[in-house]
Design a protein around this ligand. Structure first.
Ligand code: ATP
Ligand code: MG
Length: 569
């Protein structure tokens, strides 16, 4: 985290954030008849990402806390970029995050006829006109931040002419882009959004809900406040980039007989280090095949992190901790990972799996003998119980848990040394077998039968290291997909002049390890099951698994950089 960032609280803020303060005050003063009604308004032009989770938790959270309601509303005013695939994915994601909108699933397109009628009202009131200027002409007459714009030559058309033209726009008489309907406000306004903003454009595109019924579509800035008002929304929570749009939001509500008076409140969007949060750019990664799809486990989409194994509760906890404020900042992705580890540590069952197996033969263990040893499923959760793990003469351990020439203080296995097998015996290495290249193919050991499970050696000798293992004849083949950050830079969007953000991609963000071995209890686990591979990390079963091959995604490693930062204060 950058030095200038405000500290992030490690638990939910005890005091109310500024939005909840506003809602509190509104309820005390009787504004909105004491009602609280929010909405989460995604545009179905991509999958939701972690940033959206902040907005979902806020909108649904505030409604829940005040006994109000939150709608799911699709802002589907741009048919060229929208798709039912996204509509369905958004529904799944919000549900997964743990929120319900009951039967209040709405679409801006539900209101197209009403919005059209409102537009005719504006024309009749002399507050809107049909402009024949093309996009370039409008851009050049809009002015700049320091200079006012100039009125369109079509601004003073009569009401009748405007009504006629607007109806003919709807009827499909004019070419795409040849005319627009604009509000008539003030071309000299210091706020560019008030300089006769466009209300409707002509676009022949098939809409995923309304089909070819319409060839004119309302602009987002016009549709949004009115959709809010039509749904009786009280607090319309959005991100800071809409602050300058608020005057036009209010203008729409004030100049039309809207059935309610929603209030727009802006908050800072979530930015995360090493994480790209723009649907447009994420779409590019999908289209260019940089990732396998919107739900690639490296993607910051909710579909991606869910497949990766991030529990919804961890994401909600993260959103609680970062809170809601008015000032832009950047959150360290290590905090999210910390929340994920905390949750998985409590809930994920432990299993033993070896990512880089090397065979160990226990010479004094009878060939063909198998015994089952009891292993604790989760030391953090006694209710998780125990399981039986088979033990036999041949086992696998991780190659990294053996050193032929151990450095000082190496407490794992090495020639002549002893190590404890987790939930099992102490073994001693007697020799190693190598192939022609000098690679170790087998480690020979003996075991001390008197040291089963947790019992300490009778002679009181100390064995410091404990390593995990898997019985070779019982092992399940596992493909482990190990992920690293998708981007190598803290701010993936910061790129040298003329370059594209893809220059910041991490070429080593995925490592597939195909020869892993895991204990038999993982056989047939359904996709989405999370677990801790002891000493290795947290993993989640991937839907690519088949009956003969388990595929797992590494959710996070065990090392917690955030916990360390916190401890240092
Ligand atoms: P993107 O910038 O990724 O394309 P968007 O803002 O265009 O996202 P919408 O579908 O319009 O996506 O967003 C739905 C809601 O989620 C909006 O109210 C928006 O303000 C909010 N939102 C989007 N990104 C973030 C973010 N990073 N943090 C908090 N809220 C966000
Ligand atoms: Mg948007």
């Amino acid at each position: 985290m950058a030095a200038s960032d405000p500290p992030v609280p490690s638990s939910p803020a005890p005091s109310l954030d500024f939005i909840r303060q506003i809602v509190d005050a509104d309820r005390s003063s009787g504004a909105h008849q004491g009602r609280v009604h929010t909405r989460f308004p995604p545009e179905p032009n991509g999958y939701l990402h972690i940033g959206h989770a902040k907005s979902i938790c806020l909108n649904f959270g505030v409604a829940q806390e005040y006994g109000g309601l939150c709608n799911l509303r699709y802002d589907d005013t741009n048919p060229a970029k929208e798709d039912v695939e996204y509509v369905d994915a958004i529904r799944d994601d919000v549900r997964w995050l743990g929120f319900s909108w009951d039967d209040r699933e709405f679409y801006a397109s539900d209101y197209f006829e009403q919005l059209y009628q409102y537009a005719e009202m504006l024309i009749r009131d002399g507050l809107a006109f049909v402009d024949d200027q093309n996009a370039d002409e409008m851009r050049t007459t809009r002015g700049t931040l320091t200079e006012p714009g100039t009125n369109s030559p079509y601004r003073d058309r009569s009401v009748d002419e405007n009504l006629d033209l607007f109806r003919r726009m709807r009827a499909g008489e004019f070419a795409d882009g040849s005319r627009v309907l604009r509000a008539k406000i003030d071309m000299a306004s210091p706020n560019i959004n008030m300089r006769d903003p466009v209300l409707y454009r002509i676009r022949r595109a098939t809409h995923h809900r309304t089909g070819d019924t319409w060839c004119i579509y309302p602009m987002y800035d016009y549709a949004h406040p009115l959709s809010d008002a039509l749904e009786g929304i009280t607090h319309s929570l959005c991100t800071l980039e809409f602050e300058d749009h608020r005057p036009f939001y209010n203008w729409c509500i004030e100049h039309l007989p809207a059935p309610s008076q929603p209030q727009q409140i802006e908050f800072a969007r979530l930015n995360l280090t090493y994480t790209l949060m723009s649907k447009r750019k994420l779409l590019k990664l999908v289209q260019d095949g940089v990732v396998s799809g919107w739900n690639d486990p490296r993607m910051p989409t909710l579909a991606g992190i869910r497949r990766r194994g991030v529990p919804a509760a961890a994401l909600r906890d993260f959103c609680d901790r970062i809170g809601v404020a008015k000032k832009e900042n950047v959150i360290d992705v290590a905090l999210l990972e910390h929340c994920v580890r905390e949750d998985l540590n409590r809930h994920a069952r432990r299993v033993m799996a070896v990512l880089d197996p090397v065979k160990v033969v226990i010479e004094n263990y009878p060939a063909g003998q198998v015994e089952t040893l009891e292993a604790v499923n989760n030391p953090e959760d006694p209710a998780a119980g125990v399981r039986q793990v088979p033990f036999s003469r041949e086992i696998y351990i991780d190659r990294d848990d053996f050193r032929e020439d151990p450095p000082k203080k190496y407490f794992r296995l090495s020639p002549g040394a002893e190590v404890r097998l987790r939930w099992a015996y102490i073994i001693r290495c007697t020799s190693v077998v190598k192939d022609a290249d000098g690679t170790i193919t087998e480690i020979r050991c003996t075991y001390d039968e008197a040291t089963g499970r947790s019992s300490t050696p009778a002679d009181g000798r100390k064995v410091k290291g404990t390593i995990h293992w898997v019985s070779a004849p019982h092992a399940i083949d596992v493909e482990a997909r190990l992920y690293d950050r998708l981007f190598t830079t803290e701010d993936p969007e910061a790129v040298p002049e003329g370059k594209d953000f893809v220059v910041n991609l991490n070429p080593a963000s995925l490592e597939v390890v195909t020869a892993c071995k895991a204990e038999p209890s993982v056989a047939g686990l359904p996709a989405g099951t999370t677990m801790q591979f002891e000493r290795t990390g947290y993993f989640c079963v991937d839907p690519d698994s088949t009956s003969s091959r388990l595929v797992v995604n590494r959710t996070v490693g065990l090392r917690d950089t955030w916990a360390k930062l916190e401890a240092r204060g």
